[in-house]
Design a protein around this ligand. Structure first.
Ligand SMILES: Cc1cc2nc3c(=O)[nH]c(=O)nc-3n(C[C@H](O)[C@H](O)[C@H](O)COP(=O)(O)O)c2cc1C
Length: 312
């Protein structure tokens, strides 16, 4: 048996039910299937697919990814083929693997989110819908919704009315009070909280004196954001009992443990896939060894362990 299938790694909290706690963060693992030769989809508890929109999007002008100290800035801008081809071409090929499938949905209007949800609900082919209200790389919608509790309430309520598929809300770190956003979502039927998306960032070439990204601004991710992401997971845990998926800068099993101790029930890896595509398997192995050594028999005992010492 592979570590990824070890029953001690099961996540079973509220609507979040996964065989292990490792998720591929949206946009960093394509549609899963193209990665199968280097990172088997079954190493993951769930695969969050690249964000989708109603119509196909070409994304932002290149260059769209730049390496900076410790991480990357991306301005992909939700390039995708649109909802109409999504289920047939992207979801169905992944269905043969034992992993949960998360559709990451995006819109420039609230109606876009409702429309995509309707389509996903019709054929019920995904296990979770992740409402992305935190993309910093689009001109309309995206993070503008995620900073505004009223907009979050409206979108979550409308999406909830369309489906019984479990709903995740992907949060931006760009808020003064993350609890306010979480409560707005929880009051309107959200099931799971996922955080964080990227931080807005700019890099400039000092020789050409031009921005390095075609879009000027992008979203920063990778190891340097980890302590800030953990702070927000801690705050989110203080605001809700809902399941939390923590992400931001995870590059090792030790990082995953840190997120769990702060209050996450599962974790997602994004940028580090570009460095170690097989990181999911390593994290599951590391978690199993940590549980042996520290005598934890379930993942739930680790989740929120440190947070509880200071809050109960
Ligand atoms: C190239 C790239 C593309 C991304 N695309 C999406 C996306 O389509 N939808 C989304 O919700 N987040 C997207 N993200 C954000 C990641 O899912 C994740 O929230 C963020 O990168 C923080 O995790 P990390 O530091 O492990 O990368 C993207 C990130 C990167 C680096």
């Amino acid at each position: 048996m592979h570590f990824s299938d070890d029953p001690r790694l099961r996540v079973d909290k509220g609507k979040l039910r996964l065989k292990n706690p490792v998720i591929s963060a949206s946009g960093t693992f394509g549609y899963g299937i193209e990665m199968q030769d280097i990172a088997h989809p079954e190493y993951y508890g769930a695969i969050a697919l690249k964000g989708i929109t109603v119509k196909p999007r070409a994304g932002n002008p290149p260059p769209r990814i730049v390496e900076v100290s410790g991480g990357i800035i991306n301005s992909v801008g939700l390039q995708n083929d649109g909802i109409y081809r999504f289920v047939e071409e992207k979801v169905m090929p992944l269905k043969r693997y034992r992993t949960a499938i998360i559709a990451n949905i995006n819109g420039t209007t609230a109606d876009d989110y409702f429309f995509i949800t309707d389509k996903l609900n019709e054929n019920a082919s995904v296990d979770y819908i992740e409402i992305n209200v935190s993309c910093p790389n689009v001109k309309e919608g995206g993070v503008a919704f995620g900073k505004n509790p009223k907009a979050v309430a409206h979108i979550v309520k409308g999406v909830r009315a369309k489906t019984n598929i479990p709903l995740m809300l992907k949060l931006t770190p760009q808020v003064t009070d993350i609890g306010e956003i979480i409560r707005a979502a929880q009051d309107n039927g959200i099931d799971i909280i996922s955080l964080i998306n990227t931080y807005p960032a700019i890099a400039i070439d000092i020789n050409t004196r031009k921005p390095l990204l075609g879009n000027i601004r992008g979203g920063f991710s990778g190891p340097p954001v980890k302590p800030m992401a953990i702070n927000l997971v801690w705050e989110a845990r203080s605001a809700t009992d809902l399941p939390i998926i923590g992400m931001g800068g995870i590059s090792s099993w030790q990082d995953a443990v840190e997120f769990l101790l702060a209050g996450a029930d599962a974790i997602a890896v994004g940028t580090w896939h570009f460095v170690e595509p097989d990181i999911a398997a390593k994290i599951n192995e590391g978690l199993c060894n940590y549980m042996d050594k520290e005598q934890f028999s379930t993942l739930a005992e680790i989740s929120g362990y440190t947070w509880r010492q200071y809050n109960e």
